[in-house]
Design a protein around this ligand. Structure first.
Ligand SMILES: [Zn+2]
Length: 232
């Protein structure tokens, strides 16, 4: 293989194409191996197939494979997620471990809406899982207003975006699809950025004249992110 980096969009030589196909096959096969191992671990655990030689599943994992029980359980949990929703890899599975199958399906659909493209990423899933886990928002003990309304709005806008995706293949020259979809995304971002996030790190919520939090005592998501860089 040549060591020279291709500029984006440059054509591959036939030799490079062969190499790419070879590498992609290895990746695809090994990603599949991850799920196969998960299924095998689950089979041994569920059917107690370790019992002839080991006192427990944990001992079998540790002594035979040098895998801590926790890792084996996580591996199995990832496989179970994969059996429920069409995730691509372990990173995506990790975002959904701990959810019940219904929540996983809901998170997947929501992530499709959040991404807006044809591919769901672990980041989209993280965002969707966050909305589902937080549910309707508990009142906060540090005096931060409930973010229930913001999260519900965000989820609703995400649903709107998902619904709007159905227009994509619809023939209608009078519908400005880009405008509607960008508008929905921008509104969702504006609401998400304004969501109450944490107590003001500068005044700890106790200065009515605080410049950072405008006397509110708390920071929004966007403010909190930028304050992290300057105030910690
Ligand atoms: Zn403040």
């Amino acid at each position: 293989m040549s060591e020279i980096k291709k500029s984006h969009g440059g054509p591959l030589s036939s030799e490079e194409q062969v190499e790419l196909v070879r590498c992609e096959r290895i990746i695809r096969d090994n990603l599949q191996t991850f799920w196969d191992v998960g299924e095998a671990l689950l089979c041994v655990r569920e059917n107690r197939l370790y019992i002839e030689t080991h006192r427990s599943f944990e001992a079998w994992c540790q002594e035979k494979w040098d895998i801590p029980r926790k890792s084996a359980d996580r591996h199995i949990a990832a496989f179970k997620v994969k059996s429920n929703v069409p995730i691509l890899n372990e990173a995506q599975a990790r975002e959904m471990i701990g959810m019940n199958p219904e929540e996983q399906k809901e998170a997947w659909e929501m992530a499709e809406g959040i991404g807006g493209g044809d591919r769901v990423t672990a980041r989209d899933l993280h965002e969707a899982a966050d909305i589902i886990r937080k549910g309707l928002g508990e009142p906060d003990k540090y005096g931060i207003p409930s973010d229930e309304l913001y999260l519900t709005m965000k989820a609703s806008l995400t649903q709107c975006l998902m619904l709007f995706k159905r227009f994509e293949n619809l023939e209608n020259p009078w519908l400005n699809k880009a405008f509607v979809s960008n508008w929905l995304k921008n509104v969702r971002t504006a609401i998400s950025d304004a969501k109450p996030e944490r107590v003001c790190p500068k005044c700890k919520g106790s200065d009515a004249n605080c410049q950072l939090c405008k006397g509110m005592g708390w920071l929004s998501k966007l403010m909190s992110d930028s304050a992290k860089r300057t105030h910690g």
